[in-house]
Structure formats: structure tokens, C-alpha cells
Write a protein that binds this ligand. Structure first.
Ligand SMILES: NC(=O)c1ccc[n+]([C@@H]2O[C@H](COP(=O)([O-])OP(=O)(O)OC[C@H]3O[C@@H](n4cnc5c(N)ncnc54)[C@H](OP(=O)(O)O)[C@@H]3O)[C@@H](O)[C@H]2O)c1
Length: 261
């Protein structure tokens, strides 16, 4: 049985409900899976596609048929090229692309607390996924974006990527890579304003959300400030539904407030 529909949050003004065509969620981690579930209910006219990096598979009978899951490693040019080619046949008219892929820690990767913990290999991995990944994804899907109807291209950033808001320091690689993503996608928004005037590029901060990415750091977060993935997805889509080409290039938090660059 598919999971129950998420409760209504009351803001449906842009009407993803009315949208027709294809939608793509990149990355099926905690927030990505919750977005797929919310979109299946909120935007019934959109055919959902998703990508998997290291092996997630959808549940049989769930929101995503197995054939709509494509392999994609954002750090691998060959993988990006194969993905783009496959989508050209399968989903030639994309209305919504939501990038949720991101990297903060891993087996040999920990956020740096001080300068002496910084190393080149970790910086390169963090920038490859968090900064170059979203831009190269945009390049891969650009030929598939609908030209006659509004298009949303959203990517998850993080408040810690804000330079103006940085009062604590630390987390050099992740902060730097998210700040770089913000600048790269701001450039993209300005380019598409001229070349694809129906497109809207949005950078979103989900708030601290209970997923594998935040797991090692959740102990220091007050329970009321730690969102479930379902809540996070609902809040992010509520914000995104209010975006259009005139707002393109914004960096917004889960509650719709603007975050300083
Ligand atoms: N959770 C939070 O509190 C929080 C707060 C602020 C911002 N964010 C941002 O929100 C986004 C989603 O995070 P999440 O909380 O859902 O984390 P998550 O559960 O760890 O999901 C991250 C996803 O990124 C994918 N990914 C990693 N490397 C990739 C690559 N090279 N190519 C393609 N996909 C790749 C992962 O796939 P595999 O697992 O298959 O490698 C996974 O599906 C991230 O950008 C994160 O920085 C999260």
C-alpha cells in the first residue's frame, strides 16, 4: 500500500496540482524520498522520476515504479552523460527538477573543526558533490526543460553556506561548497533569465532534518527544531510553489524567509 497522503498545510496557490509533464528528484536520501511521497500526492499530473547513487530502491507498490529510478553519480561525467541521454527519451519535457543530493560526512570524511583538519581530498569530494554537482546537473537537464510552460529548478543548499550569516566558523569544506553552489546557481538564474525566461532557480535550506546526513549532529538540536523528512519536504514544496521566474535566483529557508548570501 502507498503511504497515506501528507496533511494539507494550506498553501497551494501556485498550483503544482495543475501541472502536467515530468518531474525529477535527484538523490533519494531522507529528504529526497519524502519529496517524492509529497509530490505524488500534491502534483498528480506530474510523472515522477528519481535518481539513485549507491543503491536505494523504491518499495514495490510505492510512489515510484522501479523503472522510473535512474542511476546517477553527480561526480562522474560519464554517468551524467548517460543519465541525460536516457532522460531525453524517457522524460523529454521536464517541469520540475529538485536536487537533494549532498554530502557532509562519510567513512573517511568528517566536518573540520579547525584548520589543521582541512585536507585537499576531502575538500575536493565536498565540492564535487555539493557545488559542482548541482551545476553539472543543470547542464545535463537543460535540453530537456519545457520551453512553453513555467519550470522550477530547485536545489538544497544550507544556511551554513551563507557567508553573511557565518558567526561560528568550522566545517570549512561543507560551508565553502554550499556557498560555491549558491554563487554558481545564482549565475545560472541570471543566464536563464535571458535564455529561458520561464525558468525559476531556487536555493533552499531545509532546516535541520532527521536524516543520515544530520544524524551525527542531532544531539545538539532541540527536538522542536529537528524536522521529520516528511515535514521538511512539505515545507520546502510549500515555499517552492510560491516561486516563479520573477523570484529566480533566491536563497530561501524552509519558512520562505530570505537568507543573506
Ligand atoms: N538533513 C539536514 O539537516 C540538512 C540541513 C541543511 C541542508 N541539507 C541538505 O539537504 C540535502 C539532502 O540531505 P538529506 O538530509 O536528505 O541527506 P541524505 O539522507 O544523506 O541524502 C543525501 C543524498 O545525496 C546523495 N548523494 C551523495 N553523493 C552523491 C553523488 N555523488 N551523486 C548523486 N547523489 C549523491 C546520496 O545518495 P547515496 O546515499 O546513494 O550516496 C543521498 O541520496 C543535502 O544537500 C544537504 O546538504 C540537509
Amino acid at each position: 500500500m502507498p503511504p497515506a497522503a501528507p496533511p494539507s498545510s494550506g498553501s497551494r496557490d501556485n498550483g503544482l496540482r495543475q501541472w502536467q509533464g515530468h518531474a525529477l528528484v535527484v538523490g533519494c536520501g531522507g529528504i529526497g524520498q519524502a519529496l517524492l511521497a509529497d509530490l505524488a500526492w500534491r502534483a498528480p499530473g506530474l510523472t515522477l522520476w528519481a535518481t539513485s547513487h549507491s543503491g536505494w530502491r523504491p518499495e514495490p507498490g510505492g510512489h515510484l515504479p522501479a523503472e522510473r529510478l535512474l542511476p546517477l553519480d553527480l561526480t562522474d561525467d560519464g554517468s551524467l552523460a548517460r543519465f541525460s541521454l536516457a532522460l531525453q527519451t524517457l522524460a523529454p519535457s521536464l517541469r520540475l527538477v529538485f536536487n537533494t543530493a549532498g554530502l557532509l560526512h562519510g567513512d573517511t570524511l568528517q566536518p573540520e573543526k579547525r584548520l589543521q583538519q582541512v585536507n585537499r581530498q576531502a575538500l575536493e569530494r565536498l565540492f564535487a558533490v555539493n557545488a559542482f554537482g548541482p551545476l553539472l546537473l543543470a547542464r545535463a537537464v537543460e535540453p530537456l526543460l519545457d520551453r512553453t510552460e513555467p519550470v522550477l529548478f530547485a536545489s538544497l543548499s544550507a544556511r551554513v553556506g551563507s557567508i553573511a550569516d557565518n558567526q561560528l566558523g568550522g566545517w570549512y569544506g561543507y560551508r565553502g561548497a554550499k556557498a560555491a553552489q549558491n554563487q554558481l546557481l545564482r549565475c545560472l538564474a541570471l543566464e536563464w533569465r535571458r535564455r529561458r525566461p520561464l525558468a525559476c532557480v531556487t536555493l533552499l535550506h531545509p532546516g535541520t532534518t532527521a536524516t543520515p546526513l544530520s544524524a551525527p549532529f542531532q544531539a545538539s538540536v532541540a527536538p522542536e527544531r529537528l524536522f521529520s523528512p516528511d515535514r521538511s519536504a512539505r515545507q520546502l514544496l510549500d515555499v517552492l510553489e510560491r516561486q516563479g521566474p520573477e523570484q529566480s535566483g533566491s536563497f530561501l529557508a524552509w519558512d520562505g524567509s530570505m537568507i543573506p548570501w
